[in-house]
Design a protein around this ligand. Structure first.
Ligand code: NAP
Ligand code: F7E
Length: 333
C-alpha cells in the first residue's frame, strides 16, 4: 500500500499525543506542528519523538501553513491546535479568536491553495452549545456559546462547513464533549481534582480550591475520542458528528468520586473559591452521539467512574515520583 501521510496541528497537546499514537499504529507517516518555546513543551510526545516528524508552524502565520503543506503533502490534516482554556478566553478574547476562529480559515485557505484533495478535521467543541436550548445536544442543536472561546469555536465550525459547501473540500467537524486523561492540562477541572487528590493523599497539600461545583459535563476518555476523529476522515463523504458519552455528572460528583477512590471525604478538603467562577457559566452539557454510533461505528469504552479512577491512579504515581525526585535532589551535595 502507498504511504499515507497525516499532519496534526497541536500535536504536543493532550489529543495530539493520543492521535499521533493512533495514526502511527495504523501505519501513517505522522507529521506534527509545534511552536518554538524556550522551555520543553513536548513532554506528552517525548516517547514518540523518534517516530513523528515535527515542523514549526503557527495558525497566526499563513505562510508557515502553506510552506508546511507543500513540504509534507499530507492526505489528512487534523486541526487540533487552539487556545483551549475557556477562562483565559475572557482575558485574551482577540488572541483566542485569532487562533480558534481565523486560524481555522487560514488553514482551510492554505489547503484550498496547496491541495484541495486533503481531508480535513476540525476540533469543534460542545462549548458551542453553551446555554443549550435542548437536552441532550446533537448535530442539529442550535449554538448559544457563552464564552469568547465558544464564540471563536463556532466560527471555526461554520467556516469548516462553509468550505465543504463552497469548495467541495472533504472537511469534517467533530463536536467533541469534554474528554480527559492523565495527559490533561492541570488547569482543567478533572485533572486539577485528580492532581489535588493525589497531593492531599500523599501529604503534600491540605486543601483543593474549586469554583462552581454544580456545573455538569459529559466527560469521556481522550483516547476514545481521537478514534472518532480518525473515523470521520475514513468515510465516503464528509460530515459533522457529536462525540460524547451521553452521561452528565457535576463537578461535585467528580470530586466526591476522586476523593472516595483514596478513602477520603471530599467535604473535608474542597474549598469553594468565588474567584474561580466564570463571567458566564455553561451549566449543563450532555451529548447525543447516536449519529457517530450509527455512521462511524464509534462508542466510548471508558465510563465516568473508570475515568476518574484511572486519572487518580496516574496522578498518585506522578506526584509520588515528583516527591522522590525532590528528595533525591535535596540530598545531592
Ligand atoms: P491542549 O492540550 O490545550 O493542546 C492544544 C495544542 O494547540 C497544543 O499542542 C498547543 O501547542 C497548540 N497551539 C495552541 N495555539 C497554537 C497556535 N497559535 N499555533 C499552533 N499551535 C498552537 O488541547 P486538547 O485538549 O488536546 O484539545 C485539542 C483540540 O480540541 C483543541 O482545539 C480544543 O479546543 C479542542 N477541544 C478539546 C476538548 C477537550 O475536552 N479536550 C473538547 C472539544 C474540543 P503548545 O504546546 O505550544 O501550547
Ligand atoms: O471546566 C467548572 C467550570 O475548565 C469544566 C476544554 O477542553 O471542554 C473544556 O472546557 C467545568 C466548568 O472545562 C473549577 O466552571 C469548577 O463549568 O475543565 P473545564 P470546560 O470549560 O468545560 C470543552 C468541551 C472544550 O472545548 C475546552 O477546550 O468545571 N469548574 N471549578 C472549574 N473549572 C476549572 N478549570 N477550574 C476549577 O477550579
Amino acid at each position: 500500500m502507498s504511504e499515507r501521510r497525516a499532519l496534526v496541528t497541536g500535536i504536543s497537546g493532550q489529543d495530539g499525543s493520543y492521535l499521533a499514537e493512533l495514526l502511527l499504529e495504523k501505519g501513517y507517516r505522522v507529521f506534527g506542528t509545534v511552536r518554538r518555546s524556550s522551555s520543553d513543551n513536548l513532554q506528552r510526545i517525548q516517547h514518540l519523538l523518534r517516530e513523528v516528524e515535527l515542523l514549526h508552524a503557527d495558525l497566526l502565520d499563513e505562510q508557515s501553513l502553506i510552506a508546511m503543506l507543500r513540504r509534507v503533502r499530507p492526505h489528512e490534516v487534523y486541526n487540533l491546535a487552539a487556545q483551549s482554556y475557556v477562562p483565559l478566553s475572557w482575558e485574551q478574547p482577540i488572541l483566542t479568536a485569532e487562533f480558534n476562529a481565523v486560524g481555522v480559515a487560514r488553514l482551510l485557505e492554505a489547503i484550498r491553495f496547496v491541495d484541495p484533495t486533503i481531508r480535513f478535521y476540525q476540533a469543534s467543541s460542545s462549548e458551542m452549545f453553551g446555554q443549550a436550548v435542548e437536552v441532550p445536544q446533537n448535530e442539529d442543536t442550535p449554538f448559544r456559546p457563552r464564552s469568547p472561546y465558544g464564540v471563536a469555536k463556532t466560527y471555526g465550525h461554520y467556516i469548516t462547513v462553509n468550505y465543504r459547501e463552497s469548495y467541495g473540500l472533504f472537511a469534517c467537524s467533530g463536536i467533541l464533549f469534554n474528554h480527559e486523561s492523565p495527559r490533561r492540562g492541570k488547569e482543567f477541572v478533572s485533572r486539577k481534582i485528580t492532581d489535588g487528590v493525589a497531593r492531599i493523599k500523599l501529604g503534600i497539600a491540605s486543601e483543593l480550591r474549586l469554583g462552581n461545583l454544580s456545573a455538569r459535563r459529559d466527560w469521556g476518555y481522550a483516547k476514545d475520542y481521537v478514534r472518532a476523529m480518525w473515523l470521520m476522515l475514513q468515510q465516503d463523504r464528509p460530515d459533522d458528528y457529536v462525540v460524547a458519552t451521553g452521561e452528565a455528572h457535576s463537578v461535585e460528583d467528580f470530586a466526591r468520586l476522586a476523593f472516595a477512590h483514596v478513602g477520603l471525604n471530599w467535604r473535608n478538603f474542597v474549598r469553594v473559591d468565588p474567584a474561580l467562577f466564570r463571567p458566564a457559566e455553561v451549566d449543563r452539557l450532555i451529548g447525543d452521539a447516536t449519529k457517530a454510533r450509527r455512521e462511524l461505528g464509534w462508542q466510548p469504552t471508558v465510563r465516568f467512574p473508570e475515568l476518574v479512577a484511572l486519572m487518580v491512579e496516574a496522578d498518585l504515581e506522578a506526584v509520588a515520583a515528583e516527591a522522590r525526585t525532590r528528595v533525591e535532589a535535596s540530598r545531592r551535595p
